[in-house]
Design a protein around this ligand. Structure first.
Ligand code: BG6
Length: 515
């Protein structure tokens, strides 16, 4: 008996097609986070946030970027004592807080269908544990959402993107303290109520897996020596559990307060490829993928996976759960999965292979088939198709790519009204990634939209540089915050505008220059 129907040949057309379309209503857009774009760190009643105390640090050729995202007690004390924005780039950022009206006009000119953004918690509750919200903060976002809707731009809003009131960090220990769950629930209910009818897509926590990778940025946990015998990852897993509970409570509140709204989780998805075809490497890569995906397992399936429970058993990590937590997680799963995609990683059981790629979020192995960005991040467009198919197969809920883009050093050319940025490398990046997105849609993936990272140039999350630029709109500030702050359309702006206007049909078209 033969099984010819199951045979694949190298010349089969699938899985590499070259056609396809994007669905009607596809939410094309751009994305940014309050702490990286707004500035105005002390305006209109805003409190200091965890991001406002991260100083600018020059980076060398090789840098483990997680080391740049830590904060110690001494560093925070010094930052609190430092007035103004000098040395703390996220305090002034791209000055969106004061220039938002002009920026929204540019977004409308770009033809954006959606803007993924976040609310600064410290604008709404300056200390986090305040008895009442700050009306000026609420008003800012109300005006912004209203204007976006008037311009036909759907706000996709993250409740917490690497930003919490600093008071919750210093006085409560950030997300390691269960009390923060209650403060977040109050914040979530406040914004869900105030923006009912204005916001239809909510994300609870940005890149929730960051809490384990970088506990200060993700979980507001100050770097301190753990007690003797305690696994240093203990605090991160406890904080993460609190975030899962808080996310479930926010999802529950959204269903009650704004039943038309959709709530999504958000994961930094990094596919792990085996370094070789040795079965041990394949199992290692599978384990690494499962440890990345256990976050979505909790938020989509409603329960922790066996992989992570075994990891806790093997390492002695104890995650305290209150009665009712597991039922809450099971009953309040999300409507869709949003994720960021920047790179893929390589897994191996050979420890000596690790550490070759500088700049990646994790110590990883150089993939000989891939180029890297200036910051050492693997460039892997096909990996995006892989993760889209993988997430869709695993969960069968709609997906949303809410971050993808190229951090690069741009050169501003010309003067006055003739200023331009010829960023064909960014156009190539978008084209190559979006071709893979189109393939995944052809493969049957249900995808809500694509919001490229940046839109405007913003301060980098990891390095606090302005010169690591992601936007299609150049912002004339340098790393020290000096400059006019003018907004200049890059070549990628014109290319992306045509792409959006054609709903993706001009993907293969040559760049249209702004000149
Ligand atoms: C994602 C974050 O991890 O990566 C963003 O959600 C961040 O906040 C983006 O800006 C790019 O990272 P970086 O460090 O280059 O700004």
């Amino acid at each position: 008996m033969t099984h010819t129907a199951d045979k694949r040949t190298a010349t089969d057309p699938s899985p590499h097609g070259a056609s396809g379309t994007f669905p009607d209503g596809f939410l094309w857009g751009t994305a940014f986070a309050a702490n990286q774009v707004e500035g105005g760190f002390d305006q209109d009643g805003k409190g200091l946030s965890q991001a406002d105390v991260i100083p600018f640090r020059k980076t060398g050729d090789y840098v483990d970027i997680t080391s740049l995202m830590k904060a110690t007690d001494a560093q925070i004390a010094e930052a609190i004592a430092s007035p103004g924005a000098a040395g703390y780039p996220k305090r002034s950022a791209s000055d969106f807080y004061n220039r938002w009206e002009g920026d929204v006009k540019l977004f409308a000119e770009l033809g954006m269908k959606s803007l993924r953004m976040s609310i600064a918690w410290s604008r709404i509750f300056p200390n986090g544990d305040d008895a009442a919200p700050n009306e000026e903060g609420l008003l800012f976002y109300e005006r912004l959402f209203t204007r976006l809707r008037e311009r036909g731009i759907e706000p996709v809003v993250t409740m917490s993107h690497y930003e919490m009131p600093l008071h919750l960090v210093t006085e409560y220990g950030g997300w390691s303290n269960r009390a923060v769950v209650g403060f977040f629930e109050t914040y979530a209910k406040t914004i869900l109520t105030r923006y009912r009818g204005l916001v239809r897509y909510w994300l609870t926590f940005n890149e929730i897996n960051t809490t384990l990778i970088e506990p200060y940025t993700g979980g507001g946990i100050i770097e301190r020596e753990p007690a003797d015998g305690v696994d240093p990852r203990q605090a991160g897993y406890q904080a993460l559990h609190h975030q899962f509970v808080a996310s479930a409570l926010a999802t529950k509140a959204a269903r009650e307060i704004a039943p038309d709204a959709q709530v999504g989780c958000m994961l930094a998805r990094m596919a792990h490829y085996p370094a070789t075809s040795a079965p041990a490497d394949i199992v290692r890569a599978q384990w690494d993928n499962n440890m990345n995906l256990f976050h979505t397992d909790v938020q989509v399936r409603g329960r922790y996976s066996g992989t992570v429970r075994r990891f806790w058993r093997d390492t002695g990590i104890q995650v305290a759960m209150e009665p009712g937590d597991e039922a809450l997680l099971a009953a309040n799963t999300v409507d869709f999965i949003s994720f960021s995609y920047y790179m893929s990683l390589v897994s191996s059981v050979s420890p000596e292979l690790y550490g070759a790629t500088g700049g990646n979020l994790f110590s990883t192995i150089k993939n000989p088939h891939l180029q890297t960005t200036e910051w050492g991040w693997h460039l892997d467009p096909e990996g995006l198709r892989y993760v889209l198919n993988d997430l869709w197969d695993r969960y069968q809920v709609p997906l949303f790519i809410v971050e993808n883009g190229l951090g690069a050093t741009d050169v501003l050319e010309g003067t006055g009204a003739d200023r331009a940025v010829h960023d064909e490398y960014r156009i190539d990046y978008f084209r190559q990634h979006l071709q893979q997105v189109r393939e995944a849609i052809e493969d049957g993936v249900d995808l809500l939209g694509y919001t490229s990272w940046g839109g405007l140039d913003i301060v980098s999350a990891s390095t606090s540089q302005m010169t690591k630029r992601y936007g299609v709109i150049y912002v004339d500030f340098d790393d020290e915050g000096a400059g006019s702050g003018d907004r200049i359309r890059k070549d990628s702006f014109h290319w992306y505008r045509e792409l959006i206007a054609s709903n993706g049909a001009t993907l293969e078209a040559l760049p249209a220059t702004g000149a």
